[in-house]
Design a protein around this ligand. Structure first.
Ligand code: KIV
Ligand code: ZN
Length: 508
């Protein structure tokens, strides 16, 4: 198992400093509860002096969390420290985290203080925090651009004043792994008293090196990593929690250490943070991105189907993703296509299989990724010949900036001609509402997307809609040079699929 590397999560403090990621108190408590489930060691809940909202959030989290330490951030001054303590004191395991800048650039241009003054302030602040709690962290802001002798001197001072964790931040994301590793090593070798405290690192991702820097620091003796879910944070973000945890776990040969994090909750935590902050996770994001376990090339898919170890260094299940998703595309072969059909519950004769495979290849030439719904649509509509209850006959839409958008729609429903008109919040909304009225359907619209198939204003617009009813989803597509007509076609296509599904699935 090896020594413990503590995971200090700062999603709710540094993570919230991402532009646009502001969360309310309830949302922060919800994330903190999920972090507790994930089993992080410390949750940095906020910066209480910065606002009433932050103060309230730190206090609410301190009350709610029972198994993790809860940290509150404070600049190195009495007001900040007192306010931070006021917010965090109700926690079962409170921590005060105080910081001051140490680089010449910050001392000259921001603090306008001498090194001697900064050392005195650090000593007084740690001592004040220490009067409240024995759990005090001291951070030297902009450590990686600071004079090493000064850094060692301030850390010795903080340790003498009672700090129990010494944090070395790469505040501006400037360090390169080899130099950051050496910095940690030197500080551990030369700072008197360092063996009594936990050495922590806090890296920013401005050069895309936050995770690499945190890992080299761990190899050089750091035993706390400060990080955030999905790597969110100030500017380019912080060290990504999921990446550090999984690197330590996956490369046990290089890290004879452990964290307490339960990786099976990583995916759900990532989704929750993304949903609450509105910060979308890029599809190719390591560990938690939509494509992180998606094998696209035929050779990779064939290998994974034979033995997962061929192309998977960790299983999707281990991070909480139910199963590896093979995204089918133009490079996919018969093997992968047959497996997916099986997963979807279709057993086709050899003749029908060959027909379906040929159609799939044609579609994959036009469309990069083929989803389950696309395959279902090939099988259902083209191989098993889905009956169409609904057909569009006529569509007329009036829209503009001085008129209420109105749609008049004529459709065939089970062979009977029907017509209706209706209003909406825009031409598409008016069209969909009117179609819904005619077809008397209850499906909920989950997604609507327009894509231009060709360039220019005369381009063919391809519309995709995703509908849901009683837990079942279908995708409908429609193309036309008029995007409103394309939208109507896509919506009706999806409704027909849902009708077909309803007939086939008992109890819907
Ligand atoms: O990046 C930084 O230096 C910080 C400190 C407050 C630890 O966030
Ligand atoms: Zn930071």
């Amino acid at each position: 198992m090896g020594e413990l590397v503590k995971i200090f999560d700062t999603t709710l403090r540094d993570g919230e400093q991402s532009p646009g990621a502001t969360m309310n108190v309830g949302e922060k408590v919800r994330i903190a509860e999920q972090l507790e489930k994930l089993n992080v060691d410390i949750i940095e809940a906020g910066f209480p002096i910065s606002s009433e909202g932050d103060f309230e959030a730190v206090r609410a989290i301190s009350r709610a969390i029972k198994r993790c330490e809860v940290a509150a951030l404070a600049r190195a001054n009495p007001n900040d420290i007192d306010r931070a303590w006021e917010a965090v004191k109700v926690a079962k395991f409170p921590r005060l985290h105080t910081f001051i800048s140490t680089s010449d650039i910050h001392l000259t241009h921001q603090l306008k203080k001498s090194k001697e003054e900064v050392i005195r302030i650090a000593a007084r602040s740690v001592a004040r925090a220490r009067r409240y709690t024995p759990n005090v962290e001291f951070s030297a802001m902009d450590a990686t651009r600071s004079d090493i002798d000064f850094l060692i001197a301030i850390f010795e001072t903080a340790i003498r004043a009672g700090a129990t964790t010494i944090n070395i931040p790469d505040t501006v994301g400037y360090a390169i792994p080899s130099e950051f590793g050496n910095l940690i090593k030197t500080i551990r070798q030369k700072t008197k008293g360092i063996e009594k405290v936990t050495v922590s690192v806090h890296c920013h991702n401005d050069l895309g090196l936050a995770v690499a820097n945190s890992l080299i620091a761990v190899q050089n003796g750091a035993r706390q990593v400060e990080c955030t879910i999905n790597g969110i944070g100030e500017r380019a973000g912080n060290t990504s929690l999921e990446e550090v945890v999984m690197a330590i776990r996956t490369r046990k040969d290089l890290f004879p250490l452990h964290t307490r994090v339960l990786p099976k909750h990583l995916f759900a935590t990532s989704r929750l943070v993304s949903k609450i902050t509105g910060m979308v996770v890029q599809p190719n994001k390591a560990i938690v991105g939509a494509n992180a376990f998606a094998h696209e090339s035929g050779i990779h898919q064939d290998g994974v189907l034979k033995e997962k170890l061929t192309y998977e260094i960790m299983t999707p299940e281990s991070v909480g993703i139910p199963k590896s998703s093979l995204v089918l595309g133009k490079l996919s072969g018969r093997h992968a296509f047959r497996e997916r059909l099986k997963d979807l519950g279709y057993r086709l004769s050899e003749k029908d299989f060959e027909l379906a495979f040929a159609r799939f290849k044609q579609l994959a030439d036009k469309k990069r990724e083929i989803y389950d719904e696309d395959i279902e649509s090939i099988v259902v509509e083209e191989i098993l010949r889905m009956p169409k209850r609904f057909k569009l006959v006529y569509l007329n839409v009036i829209a503009g900036n001085v008129t209420v958008p109105t749609a008049t729609v004529q459709m065939e429903v089970d062979g009977k001609l029907m017509q209706e008109a209706g209003f909406g919040d825009g031409p598409v909304d008016a069209t969909f509402k009117t179609i819904k009225k005619i077809t008397r359907t209850k499906s909920k619209l989950l997604q609507f997307a327009i894509n231009a198939i060709t360039s220019g204003t005369e381009a063919q617009g391809e519309v995709t809609v995703r509908l849901e009813e009683k837990g079942y989803t279908v995708i409908g597509q429609g193309a036309d040079t008029d995007v409103i007509v394309a939208s109507a076609k896509a919506y009706i296509n999806a409704l027909n699929k849902m009708e077909f599904k309803k007939q086939k699935l008992v109890g819907m």
